[in-house]
Design a protein around this ligand. Structure first.
Ligand code: T1G
Length: 728
C-alpha cells in the first residue's frame, strides 16, 4: 500500500484524516503531503466542523520515515516549510483538531499529535520523542510544544533519554486529555473535536501555552543541570546540547523564536556523522534477522515453546531467566540437588532484582518463575523443542551430553550449545548425520538475561530450518540475533581478541595501563577500558580464552606475561577484590599500587622497551592509543567478513555495539573504520608492523588482504565481499 493520508468526512461533520503507511505509519513525504492537503480540504469545506487525525492499523505514527535519512543527506530532505505549516494549521487553522492515538506516537508522530488542540489515547499507547537516539533533535516543533504541555523537567527527560511514556503517565503529565478503550477511540476523539468546535471545551494551542512551563529562573536552572548531565553522560555528543539550545531559546524568547532555533539546530545535528552512524545502527539492528539463504528460503519458523537448559551456573541460570521472562517453559537440569537448588535460586534472584528495579511486578516475576521446573535426569526431555547446553567447557563432557540428548530428545528438537571456546563441529562430531543438522551454537553474553545479543553459530551441517527456528526464539526472548559461522571465538570474541592483546603490548612497552583505559573509555567512548574489562571478566578466564587464539592464530598474537602472573597471585579482578585495579566493598575500582611490581616484571620480560623503543617508553597521544588498540580489531573484523563468518558487515557493527559496548554513535566497528578510511588504517598498521618487527611482532599488525584491497580500490569495508559466495 502506497504511503498516504486518507481523508473522509463523516455525517456528523468531522473530517477524519488517517495516516497510512504500514506497519508503523512512518511519515513518508507522501503521508505528510497527504496530511497537509487533507487539512486544507477540511478547512475549505463548510460542512466540516472539526478534524480528527488518527493512524491506520495498530499505531498512530512512529514519526518521520527514517529511510529518508539514508536516501538523502542532511536531515532526509525534511521540508521545514510544509512540516512547520502542518503543525501551524493543526494548531491554529480554521477548524479545531484532535489526535486519536493508538499504539505508538513517536517523534514526528507525537509532534503532529501535539500540534492538535487535544489528544485522546488508548490503554497501552506509547508517546515519546526518541529523535536523539537517531542523532538528531525533534524537528516538527517538539522541542517547543512538549515543554509547554508537560513542563520542562519531564520534557527534557523524555527527549534526552529517548524513552517513551505510557497512557497513564501521559494522562498525568497532561500530554493526553483522555484515555478510552480502543473501540471507543474514534468516537471519543470526534466528540471532543465537536465540543471544541461548539465552544463547550476550550481550543488550546500548545505553542501558546505558558501554564505548564516553569518560571524563567527555574527553567534556566533545569536546562543548565540538563546540559551538565548530558555532557557527563555522553561527552562526545553534541546533538543533546543542540536540542537544549532550541529549548532554551524557546524559554527565553518564546515559542516562535524557539521553532526557528529548532530548525537551525536540527540542520546542524543532521549534518553530523553521529546521525548517520545511529541511523545505520537502527537499520542494521533490524536487518540481522534477515540472513541470506535462510530467511529468504521460503521456510516457516516453528515455535519453540519449551526449552531444556543444561547447567544452572551463571550462564545457564541467566539463559533460563531470559527464556522464562518471555513465557517459554524451561526445564533446568543439573547433576545433583545441591547444584539444582543453586541454579533455581540464581534464577529467583535475577527475577527479584528486576522487581526491585521496578522493571516488573512481583506477580509477573512469580508467573515467570512458575515456568521453570528443575530436574536431575533426562525424563522430560522428550517434550522440549530445544536444548541449550551451558555446562563447563570440557569437550569430552559435551560430547557425552550430546549423545544423551540424541537418545532422549524428540527428532525435531534443536540441540544448542552455549560454548564460547569449543569448536561446535566437534561437539556434534559423534552424532548421526541427521542429528548433526540440529546442532547449533547459541552463544549468550553474560549476564545472559541482560545482554541484548545472541550469536547463533551455524556449522556446515546445521539446517536452515534449525537456524530459522533459533532466530525466531531470539526474537521471542527479545535478543538481537547475529548468525555467524563456526570459528575460534565466533564473530565477537574473535574480533576482539587483538584488543586486549594490543593493550597488553602497549603496557609491556611501558605505557601506564590506567592511561590506556582512560584513552579508550573517556577518550573513545567504550563503557570501560581493556584493563578494567579484564578485571570484570576475570584474568583467569582471559588467560583461558586467550589460549584458544594463541593456538588458532599463532602468527598474529601477542602473549604478555602479565596474565599468568596475576592469576598465580590470585589477582583475578573484581571477583577476588583486585586485579589491575583494587575494588572496595561496593566493587568500586581504584588504581592499585600493588599491581605495579607485576607490571614492571611484565615490561622487563617482554623486552619491547629495548627492542622497539630504544629504552625510552613511548609517549602516545590519545588518538595513537585508540589506533593501536582498534586497528588490529578492524583488521580481524575484515578477516571475519572475508571468510564469510558474518552474513554482512553490518552484522559485525551490531555485534560489536551490543556485546562489547562499541559506541553506537560511531556506528559499530566497520562503519567507524569506513569513516576513518581503509587507506589510513592500512598505512598505520604497516607502520606499526615495521616498528614492532624487531620484537618479532610484525604479524600482529600486518593488514589482511581484504583491508588492503579496500585501501587500494577505495571500496568501503562495509561493502562486503563483492560477488563472493557466502562461506557460511
Ligand atoms: N521510519 C521508517 N521505518 C520505521 C520507523 C520509522 N520511523 N519506525 C519503525 N520502522 C520500521 C522498522 O524499520 C521495521 O521495518 C518496522 O517498521 C517495524 O519496526 C521530524 C525527524 C515504532 C517502537 O525513532 O522505535 O520523527 O525491519 O521492527 O519492535 O522530529 O520501530 O520490518 O522492514 O522496530 O514493534 C523518530 C523508531 C523518527 C521511532 C516499533 N521515530 N521506531 O518497534 O518493530 S525521526 C523513531 C521504533 C522524526 C521528527 C523526526 C520502533 C517502534 P522492517 P520494529 P517494533
Amino acid at each position: 500500500m502506497a504511503p498516504s493520508a486518507e481523508y473522509r468526512v463523516e455525517s456528523d461533520g468531522v473530517a477524519v484524516i488517517t495516516l497510512s503507511n504500514p506497519p508503523v505509519n512512518a511519515l513518508h513525504p507522501a503521508v505528510l503531503k497527504g496530511l497537509f492537503d487533507s487539512l486544507r480540504r477540511a478547512h475549505a469545506d463548510p460542512n466540516v466542523k472539526a478534524v480528527v487525525v488518527t493512524g491506520s492499523g495498530k499505531n498512530f505514527s512512529a514519526g518521520f520515515d527514517i529511510n529518508q535519512f539514508q536516501k538523502q543527506s542532511g536531515g532526509g530532505g525534511i521540508d521545514g516549510n510544509i512540516n512547520g505549516a502542518i503543525c501551524e494549521v493543526l494548531e491554529g487553522g480554521a477548524k479545531p483538531t484532535v489526535a486519536a492515538i493508538q499504539g505508538v506516537a513517536l517523534g514526528g508522530g507525537l509532534e503532529v499529535a501535539m500540534g492538535c488542540n487535544a489528544r485522546v489515547g488508548t490503554p497501552g499507547c506509547r508517546l515519546g520523542l526518541p529523535e536523539l537516539q537517531l542523532g538528531i533533535i525533534p524537528g516538527f516543533g517538539g522541542t517547543q510544544r512538549l515543554p509547554r504541555l508537560v513542563g520542562l523537567q519531564q520534557a527534557i527527560q523524555m527527549m534526552l533519554t529517548s524513552a517513551p511514556i505510557g497512557d497513564k503517565a501521559g494522562l498525568k503529565a497532561g500530554l493526553l486529555d483522555a484515555v478510552v478503550p480502543q473501540g471507543e477511540l474514534l468516537a471519543a476523539a470526534k466528540r471532543r473535536a465537536l465540543d471544541i468546535a461548539a465552544g463547550v471545551l476550550p481550543r488550546l494551542q500548545s505553542l501558546q501555552r505558558t501554564d505548564r512551563l516553569e518560571p524563567y529562573g527555574e527553567a534556566t536552572a533545569i536546562i543548565d543541570f540538563a546540559r551538565a548531565q548530558a555532557a557527563k553522560r555522553a561527552r562526545h555528543l553534541t546533538h543533546p546540547q543542540l536540542c537544549l539550545d532550541a529549548i532554551q531559546e524557546g524559554v527565553a524568547k518564546g515559542g516562535l523564536a524557539g521553532l526557528k532555533k529548532e530548525g537551525e539546530a536540527f540542520a546542524a545535528a543532521a549534518a553530523l556523522d553521529t546521525h548517520k552512524a545511529l541511523v545505520h545502527i537502527f537499520f542494521a539492528t533490524r536487518s540481522t534477522k534477515k540472513v541470506t539463504g535462510v530467511t529468504d528460503a521460503g521456510l516457516k519458523p516453528r515455535k519453540v515453546a519449551a526449552v531444556a537448559v543444561l547447567g544452572g551456573g551463571l550462564m545457564g541460570s541467566g539463559i533460563a531467566t531470559a527464556l522464562a521472562l518471555a513465557g517459554v517453559k524451561v526445564l533446568l537440569k543439573e547433576v545433583n540437588q545441591q547444584f539444582l537448588d543453586g541454579g533455581m535460586s540464581r534464577i529467583r534472584a535475577n527475577m527479584a532484582s528486576r522487581v526491585k528495579k521496578g522493571r516488573m511486578s512481583q506477580a509477573a516475576a512469580d508467573a515467570a518463575m512458575a515456568k521453570v521446573t528443575g530436574t536431575l535426569d533426562y525424563s522430560g526431555f522428550g517434550g522440549v523443542d530445544m536444548v541449550i547446553e551451558a555446562v563447563i567447557e570440557d569437550i569430552g563432557l559435551k560430547q557425552r551430553i550430546f549423545a544423551d540428548l540424541e537418545a532422549s530428545c524428540a527428532p525435531h528438537a534443536i540441540l544448542a550449545t552455549n560454548t564460547s571456546t569449543i569448536d561446535i563441529e566437534l561437539v556434534g562430531a559423534k552424532l548421526k548425520p541427521a542429528t548433526r543438522e540440529r546442532v547449533v551454537g547459541a552463544h549468550f553474553f553474560s549476564p545472559a538475561h541482560v545482554m541484548p545479543l545472541l550469536e547463533i553459530v551455524r556449522t556446515r551441517h546445521t539446517s536452515k530450518q534449525v537456524l530459522l527456528d533459533t532466530l525466531e526464539l531470539s526474537s521471542a526472548i527479545k535478543k538481537t540475533p547475529v548468525v555467524v559461522g563456526n570459528c575460534t571465538g565466533f564473530a565477537v570474541n574473535r574480533v576482539f581478541f587483538p584488543y586486549t592483546m594490543a593493550a597488553c603490548l602497549l603496557m609491556d612497552s611501558g605505557v601506564n595501563p590506567y592511561q590506556i583505559d582512560a584513552a579508550i573509555a573517556g577518550g573513545f567512548g567504550m563503557p570501560m577500558g581493556p584493563f578494567r574489562l579484564s578485571d570484570l571478566v576475570g584474568s583467569d578466564i582471559g588467560l583461558h580464552v586467550g589460549k584458544n587464539f594463541v593456538d588458532s592464530f599463532p602468527q598474529r598474537v601477542y602473549v604478555s606475561g602479565i596474565f599468568p602472573a596475576l592469576v598465580e597471585a590470585k589477582r583475578l579482578g573484581e571477583k577476588s577484590g583486585a586485579g589491575f585495579y583494587k575494588f572496595d566493598a561496593k566493587r568500586r575500582p581504584s588504581p592499585d599500587p600493588a599491581v605495579e611490581p607485576f607490571i614492571r616484571r611484565s615490561v622487563e620480560s617482554a623486552g619491547l622497551l629495548g627492542k622497539v623503543f630504544g629504552g625510552k617508553p613511548p609517549k602516545l597521544s590519545q588518538q595513537e592509543t585508540i589506533e593501536l588498540l582498534f586497528f588490529p580489531v578492524v583488521n580481524e573484523g575484515c578477516r571475519v567478513i572475508d571468510e564469510g563468518i558474518v552474513d554482512k558487515p553490518a552484522d559485525l557493527d551490531v555485534a560489536t555495539v551490543m556485546a562489547m559496548g562499541f559506541p553506537p554513535y560511531r556506528g559499530g566497528l566497520i562503519f567507524w573504520a569506513d569513516l576513518v578510511g581503509a587507506k589510513h588504517i592500512v598505512a598505520r598498521l604497516q607502520q606499526l608492523a615495521q616498528q614492532f618487527a624487531p620484537a618479532g611482532l610484525a604479524g600482529f599488525f600486518e593488514p589482511c588482504e581484504y583491508l588492503k584491497a579496500a585501501a587500494a580500490s577505495g571500496r568501503r569495508l562495509s561493502d562486503g565481499r563483492a560477488g563472493a559466495a557466502s562461506k557460511l
